[in-house]
Design a protein around this ligand. Structure first.
Ligand code: 7TS
Length: 395
């Protein structure tokens, strides 16, 4: 495979390398079978079997039933906007239920959509995480008001910490109370089992580029019988729920990527986890470091580490110069100077909270890369602490 052998990619929660099998499956749909699937001629109709196969792979991958819907869209940001704004339009606008319950640690596409809906009159409550960094059943019960909560939106796994939320329990509580439940499963697909036949979510969003598919295509699961106002009006694509010509090559790629993601779950849980733990052990062997969240509560590929006395961005630059790609938390939130709410809830001091660095692996990460990255991290920590005025070397 053509990979950049001189660089080490440890930012798979931001995006992933496209699996060559995905790329290969997409290829014929650019210059050969390029018809618009809504056309009546053979250029249009000949792409239908591939689209059907891709949809089957998506349904099968998340355990959706025939009567459920999966809307193909442009990204998870779109899917999350669609759920939140659709619920505002269908329910909140008319009352009496006017509240959205979400968490303080959602991706900005959820948080900012909620903030926008507040300006239209929705009441939004951002639930805090507990000392483990997750929203637990007790917290949800405390905040849930079945008479006024229209929707609960809680991510399946957090992009920065990798912490896995008890989505099944939370969805069951919502179901018992007649409240709709949405989960952003972007960071869960391909890392932990995601099965909507066992977890009673009403809406679920995912994005192909987080599981070795192409960027710019995602999916929104809608439980059978539920209605959701469209975000994009236009043609009758996706049963009128999302207008716009379907991106056939990307849908085909996402289907293959989903199938491979599910096939890979056992490998993720064993081999990727082992490499993650190896890197984590090496990081923790550096004095005055901390990793956020218990290992067993996290997706197998993620580490959010803090190095006392080191500015996160300084280490990112050092590592980048050494050919190692990591990130300071989420790339989408990298402009923000607010303390991370997970750090705050977990009582992690400000000093450490500003030094978070995320390392996220994938099934393509090798042991050799992990050992080289660990050595680069240690060298950078020593160098930066050597020139730091805030790090007390004698301590
Ligand atoms: N939801 C979660 C949990 C995410 O991690 C991301 C991307 C999105 C939604 C948005 O997905 P998209 O399909 O619209 O791109 N998260 C990150 C990240 O952690 N670093 O860069 C992007």
């Amino acid at each position: 495979m053509e990979r950049n052998m001189d660089r080490i990619y440890l930012d798979s929660n931001a995006t992933t390398i496209v699996d060559p099998r995905v790329k290969e499956a997409m290829d014929p749909f650019f210059c050969q079978q390029y018809g618009n699937p809504n056309s009546l001629h053979s250029f249009g109709t000949e792409v239908h079997p591939a689209m059907r196969l891709a949809m089957d792979r998506l349904y099968c991958g998340i355990g959706a039933g025939d009567q459920d819907d999966i809307i193909i869209n442009g990204c998870a940001s779109e899917g999350n906007n669609h759920v939140l704004k659709g619920i505002w339009f269908d329910m909140i606008r008319q009352g009496p239920k006017n509240e959205i319950l979400t968490t303080q640690v959602e991706h900005p596409c959820v948080r900012n959509s909620c903030a926008f809906l507040e300006t239209l009159g929705a009441k939004v409550t951002f639930m805090p995480v507990n000392a483990d960094g997750i929203v637990d059943a007790e917290t949800l019960r405390r905040f849930l008001h079945p008479d006024r909560t229209a929707l609960v939106s809680v991510m399946w796994a957090n992009n920065e910490t990798g912490l896995i939320f008890p989505v099944r329990e939370l969805a069951e509580i919502c179901r018992e109370n007649g409240v709709l439940f949405h989960t952003d499963a972007v960071q869960a697909i391909g890392k932990v089992p995601v099965d909507v036949s066992r977890v009673p979510v009403d809406f679920l969003t995912f994005s192909a580029h987080k599981f070795h598919g192409p960027k710019g295509v995602g999916g929104l699961f809608i439980r059978k019988g539920l209605k959701l106002a469209p975000l994009l009006h236009g043609g009758e694509q996706m049963g009128g729920k999302r207008a716009g010509t379907v991106n056939v090559p990307y849908l085909v790629g996402m289907g293959v990527a989903m199938e491979l993601a599910v096939e890979n779950l056992a490998f993720e849980d064993s081999a990727v986890r082992r490499l993650r733990d190896r890197l984590e052990d090496a990081i923790l062997a550096i004095p005055d470091t901390l990793v956020v969240g218990r290992r067993e509560l996290r997706t197998p590929n993620t580490i959010l580490a803090s190095f006392r006395g080191i500015e996160g961005e300084a280490m990112i630059w050092d590592l980048n110069a050494a050919g190692v790609a990591a990130s300071t938390g989420s790339a989408c939130a990298s402009e923000s100077l607010e303390p991370n709410p997970t750090f705050v809830a977990m009582c992690i001091s400000d000093d450490l909270a500003h030094t978070g660095i995320r390392f996220s692996l994938s099934r393509f990460t090798t042991a050799e890369e992990i050992d080289q990255a660990a050595a680069a991290i240690r060298r950078s920590a020593e160098r930066l602490r050597g020139i730091s005025s805030s790090y007390d070397k004698g301590k």
